[in-house]
Each structure stands twice: as C-alpha cells, then as structure tokens.
Design a protein around this ligand. Sequence first.
Ligand SMILES: [Zn+2]
Length: 578
Amino acid sequence: MKTALLTIITLVTSIAMCAQTYVTNVTIVDVEKQKMISNQTVVITKGLISNIQSSKNIKIPENATVIDGTGKYLAPGLTDAHIHFSQNGGLYTRPDAIDLRKFTPYEEEITISKTKMEDKLRRYLKNGITTVFDVGSTLYFLEKSKAFKGKDFAPTIYMTGPLSTTYRPKVYENFPDDTPFALTQTIEDGIKSVQDQLPFKPDFIKIWYIVGADGLAIEESARKNLPIVKAIIDEAHKNNLKVAVHATQRITAQLAVENGADFLVHSVDDEILKPDFVQLMKKNKVVLCPTLIVHGGYVNTFGQNLNFSSYELKTAEPQQLGTLLDVKHLSDTKLVNAYKAQGNSKQMLTGLKVSDSISMVNLKMLSDAGVTIATGTDAGNIGTLHVSSYQAELKAMHASGMSNWQILVASTINGAKILDKEKEFGSVAVGKKANLILLDASPIDDLENLTKIDKVINNGTVFNPEHLLKDKPEDLAQRQLNAYNFRNIDAFLEPYADDVEVYSFPDQLQFKGKEAMRKGYAQMFENTPNLHCELVSRIVQGNTVIDQERVQMGNRVLEAIAIYHIENGKIKKVYFMQ
Ligand SMILES: [Zn+2]
C-alpha cells in the first residue's frame, strides 16, 4: 500500500514537473526585431520558453495545458526599473519632503511598507510587471526580498541596499535601522558603505549624487564629492557589482558616467545634453531610466492638482492614493496652506515645466542615438503610486516623441540589460524565462492595451490576474471614496454591483442599480463646488465596512455614517445615516 502510494505520488510529481503549457495561435510581440509574428505556438517547460513554432506545425501532447491565444498578443512581462519598497507613494512616506509626522508618525509608514511588501509584489504581477528594480532601500528589505525569490506570485526583484550619499536628510537620523541612506562623507565611508552591504548580497550599488546641500555651487559641490563617488564605484566594481547613480544635473551625470557609472536612474533635467556626452553614454553602455512623472507627483500633491485616470483609481493601493487628498482637510491649516501655495506658485510650476521639457528633449535625443532606455517610475515617492503610475510614465515617454515600439523595448528587454540579463528574460524567445503577458489587444496600436491583460505568466505559472490579489472590503470602500473625491463617475461606480441598492438608514431606498446611481451622482459631481469627503474613521467587520465621513459640499459640511455591505467582491448595499 505504502509503495503504491509512493509510486502514485512520484508519478503525479513527475507529470507536474514535465507538464508543459502551450499558448496556441497567438501573435508574438517580438521586441527584439520590433515586429508582430502571428499564428505562433509558444511552449513553456519548467518555467522556460522551450519552443516557438508556427501553429500549424505543432503537435500538442495530451497532458499539456493549452491556452488558446487566438486573437491575443503574447508580450514579455514588463519591467519597472525604478521603484522603492520602503516608500508607499502616499502623503506621509517622505517626511524629508513634507513633514507631517504629527499626523502620521513615520513609524506607521515603516510598518505599512514592511507588512505590505507581498501586497505590492502581487499588485505588480497582477498588472503585468514581472520584474522590478528597487534602486534605494533598507537592509531590512534587501534581506526580506530573498524570501520572495522564485515565488510564482512575485515579480523578479533586483535591488540595492541603502543608497550611499554625502547628504542625508535629518529626519532619517532617528531611524538608523530603517534608513534608506548610508552617509558617506569620506572615501573610507564610501568604501565601507559598499562593504557593509555585501553580506546582504545586493544586486547592485546605488549612489545618491546630491549636490548643493553643502552650500556650494552645483559644479563645485559635484567636483568636491567626486572622489567619494569614484571610490564607491570602484569598490562596487571590484566586487562585480554595477552602480546606479541618481544624478539629475548634467554635471553630476557626466562626472558619474566618466567615472564608471553603469545606470543613471533619472533624466538630466537642467541642461540639454551635448552630443559628445550622448556618445559617451552609448560607448560605455550606460542605461538611463527617465522617471518623467515623479517630480510632478510631488508638485501636484502639494498644490492639490492631482489628476488620476480611472485605471489609476482602480489599480493603485487605495489607502495610499487616498492619503494624497488629506492635504484638503489636515487640521494644521497654516502648514498645509503653505505647501498648497508652494505647489501652486509660479516658481514651482515653471520649474516643473522647464525640467519636464528638458527631460523629454533629452530622452528623445538619447533614445534616437541608441542609448539604452529602461522604463521606470520611481514609484513609492509622494504622488507616484506603486504599479498604477507605470501607465502614466509610458504616456509621458510617448509625449517625449518615443515610438510605441521604442517604449515597449524600454519596458521589457532593456530592463534586462541593466544587469546584463538580456539572455535570461525580456523577450519572447526560446531559452528565456516564461515571464509573459497575454493581451487582448495590440500594445503597439496603443500602449494602454498593456492594461488589457488576459493572463500573466510568471516563471511558467499561468495566472488569471484577478486571482493574484483579491480586493478586501475596505479596498472597495476606499476606491469609491477616492473616485468620489476626484469626481470620476466611472471609477466611482466600478466597485459597486450592477444591482446595488442605496438606502437612507434604515430602509428608505434611494437608488437601485448602478445606472440610477450614475444619474444621481454624475449630476452632483458636476454641480457641487468644493466637494471633498474626509474619512474620519473606519470599522471593518467581515464583509461590512462602516465609515464615518465628513463631507464638504460647497459651504456645507455634513457628518455622515456610511455602511457598505460587500457581496461577491462588489458593494451590494449601502446605508447612509446623517
Ligand atoms: Zn528613486
């Protein structure tokens, strides 16, 4: 009996081991040749792409899993080459940029980022991002990332530990174990900052080349700190680690590249680049990640000029997105108004316009010259939310003049090139990792089609994206609240069931069905000035969410309780009490 059982177990395991997945009749998005290849069958064996052939020539074994790709597009999974696990994208995540610790202690932010790492990873994968680069983190996350290695639900993670810097914002001094900054004020410090990370096995080293904080002029400061920067680069290279550098001025970028930097993690935004520097980047095979939207994320949050699409409102982590609107109701009006004024000041808005347009001109120039561009968002910074900001970044790249093919290349195979992994992943080719997205429409016709994901395939495992991360009841309540505050009727109705019922407590029916709700709310969104709903408190009990809300409508302020009942993943009943 025991032997028979063992035989069966062995048999079952070996079938599972050899089981193959066939994606049939699919159009392959070939990012290396920049063309579509129709009617192909892609075979996946043990996590790798083992065969690609014309569909008519291929025989499918009986025990294979078959995915019908008719009418669909198979693209490589996407890479976000610039994110931060230690930052959550909300209002309280960078106390050095806006210090609101008296409202939300930074300890709380640290706890959120630590407890939500798996959530972040699942959200990335669910939306087709199969590889992420964390370009500045803490030793905690560097260590923790190892636990997700090889997990089918998690994207591949490449990351560094704390970034080496000659300037460290003061607020982080109180958090020595959770600081993403390693202060390096001498050559010895610089070398040590690399060596300190080695036991944690980083995939690369990151330098924050910040200049001017020492009171010197930009170029003087850059040259003064250069010996430290160079020592860090040399020490990293000695240990076979590539070096990513934050260098947003032409001078810091140039000095970094001249001294061996491998990866520039932002655009140069203060000067149009000169041809000889462009050629040097190309010759040294330096990869550039443009991060076009992150600056605007800060300015538009402070000025409360945020504008999120329905896709972003649906895809972002809803609680973090919600915090960005707290500026509207935080009680320290003096502090908050000062930031609001700053975010709407001519100086800041003009500065953003100028740096954005220089970044875009430089990006187009670098891309056309053949410099390797890798798409990255800088997600985690205030206003640049994990996962959802990827589409906004693609749009900004498109606005710079890059073609859809160039952008898709930047978002796939070029991400792999950062660490010379292009033979491992980044395109649909035999021998590469089966990290793929099956799309309902062509991403070359429209990059937004990258959001129309039928299946995500990670390490060969096929996922229905909806199964990767399920909505919690409070996510649904928060999403409709966020969309309400952005007056976006489609995004507002998205978390509701088609046959939703809205009551005045206890039993007076106000609306039945989404369409009735649409009429009522669309009109209100259009006609109500100063509309803002503040969540005062929330109780979640099973499938019920009870929100205490303070709603500003024109000059009126209403206090209300909303009770949301969730059924089958949608809000089915709402009760309002005033
Ligand atoms: Zn960053």
